[in-house]
Design a protein. Structure first.
Length: 90
């Protein structure tokens, strides 16, 4: 099973990386109002059910991936990937 975990700063916490990125985009001529930075983890794990996968991922966040003082997190169980024989073009 794969889960996607997103960790982002809680409202009201200063996001220096987002602010620098916002300023840089403005310097490049983009009309940007705000940039917020988050981390996304895609985790492949063993879990017997959708609910168990969410529970395990939440535990991972509380123990390591997120600092609950300043971070919020969300967990999404991803659908199984379909295997294809076609190669994607870039």
């Amino acid at each position: 099973m794969k889960v996607k975990v997103e960790v982002k700063l809680k409202t009201g916490h200063f996001d220096p990386e987002g602010d620098v990125t916002c300023k840089s985009l403005r310097d490049l001529g983009f009309l940007v109002e705000e940039v917020k930075v988050s981390k996304v983890y895609t985790i492949e794990m063993a879990a017997g059910s959708h609910r168990e996968g969410e529970k395990k991922a939440g535990e991972m966040c509380r123990k390591l991936l997120a600092n609950l003082t300043k971070d919020d997190f969300s967990v999404e169980v991803l659908p199984p990937e379909r295997r294809t024989t076609q190669k994607s073009k870039r």
